[in-house]
Design a protein. Structure first.
Length: 388
């Protein structure tokens, strides 16, 4: 019987694909153009490698869920009131689906670690700029390349939980690099608090809950989590906008109106929805704290998807969610890097799918960050590795 011959990935193509991914991760909080160039350049090299049979794509439930979501977006856009406007939403899904597919083809430890550090340093540098600007204008922090305060908070929390995972589990970093990573995580956490967005921190709580339940050193994780809560409390105490907002519940009342409207839209368009970028709700005059204010999303991932893409779109999101959990559970984290990737990716999952109960999460730069971390985990894991 003839043995299977594993062909080595050509050095140049592999380096070029890595360069495209590296440009993507460092450009996310800084440049829309750089992000797009990195994504599509990496895709081009990836497709060339597939054509030359130099990489093999193993499809998981997450892959299938993304394909379902793309097909749902395409069909719902076709029947939407404004097709071009809805197709912009389709493009948004492409922007996080492509990096996931490309990231799944990386399995070299050195390449992955450099990508992670590029992600961490760019997030920390963007946070420094955001903190300075926020103090200057005396307003809650917002990084323009990441979008509004909600989106900025989601991205920074995903970066923060991934940094913490590397600090806790990766043994390759020397003392100086661990100090630098600790500093980056503190800066990023500070910036996240200064966005004054609370929903994303639900993801942090869930992230640490899973760490505590799954760790053999539960007491150490509890102490670490309490220390983190103390840091957040101190920052919130000295930062007046967060201190005044933290216990206000009017936003939950507003969300109930948005969810009710989204349900109404789903009832009227139960299969295909109204089309992406078509959600729009203006509060009536009798809602004093929101009178006349217009919202363009349901502040809930599941209701937003259901109202705009119907049950087809909602099913797609659930396939991604369940597919992620199914594979994540089976990845054992046998190496320090695999374990760091496993929990770093889960931090992104918690922000997107747990925080998604109170925010529309699966889009923009934070979705790209989550999908890249997940793709790197899928690629590096021995169970789901893309063969060279």
């Amino acid at each position: 019987m003839q043995k299977n011959i594993i062909r080595p990935v050509p050095f140049l193509l592999d380096r070029l694909k890595w360069a495209g991914m590296f440009l993507t991760v460092i450009a996310l909080p800084f440049s829309e153009t750089g992000k797009e160039i990195g994504i599509f350049f990496g895709l081009l090299i990836f497709l060339i490698q597939i054509f030359r049979h130099e990489v093999e794509v193993r499809l998981s439930m997450v892959h299938y869920g993304l394909l379902l979501l793309l097909s749902s977006a395409m069909v719902s856009s076709w029947f939407a009131a404004d097709t071009l406007k809805s197709m912009d939403g389709f493009n948004n899904i492409l922007f996080y689906a492509i990096p996931f597919w490309v990231a799944c083809s990386f399995n070299q430890e050195k390449q992955i670690r450099f990508l992670l550090w590029g992600f961490y340093l760019s997030a920390a540098l963007a946070s420094v700029g955001g903190i300075y600007h926020s103090i200057q204008i005396q307003k809650p922090l917002e990084i323009s390349a990441l979008g509004n305060q909600n989106y900025t908070a989601m991205y920074l929390i995903i970066a923060f939980t991934s940094m913490i995972s590397t600090l806790l589990f990766s043994s390759q970093e020397k003392r100086l690099w661990r100090f630098l990573l600790s500093l980056c995580s503190l800066i990023t956490l500070t910036a996240a608090v200064m966005t004054v967005m609370r929903a994303s921190f639900l993801g942090v709580v869930f992230f640490f809950l899973i760490l505590i339940l799954s760790s053999r050193q539960s007491l150490k994780m509890i102490i670490f989590f309490l220390l983190l809560l103390g840091i957040v409390f101190i920052i919130s105490t000295f930062y007046e906008p967060m201190r005044t907002k933290i216990f206000i519940t009017t936003s939950l009342v507003s969300r109930l109106y948005l969810w009710e409207y989204a349900f109404k839209l789903l009832q009227e368009n139960y299969f295909l929805g109204i089309g992406l970028n078509h959600f729009q709700y203006t509060f009536p005059p009798d809602i004093i704290h929101e009178a006349g204010r217009t919202y363009f999303d349901a502040h809930n991932l599941y209701w937003q998807t259901a109202s705009q893409q119907g049950l087809w779109g909602l099913l797609s999101v659930l396939v991604i969610l369940l597919g992620y959990l199914f594979i994540w559970w089976r990845i054992q984290g046998k190496t320090p890097l695999e374990k760091a990737l496993k929990y770093g990716s889960f931090g992104g999952f918690a922000v997107v799918f747990i925080g998604g109960v109170f925010d529309t999460t699966l889009h923009h730069e934070h979705a790209i960050a989550f999908m890249i971390l997940t793709g790197l985990l899928w690629g590096y894991s021995a169970k789901w590795r893309t063969k060279e």
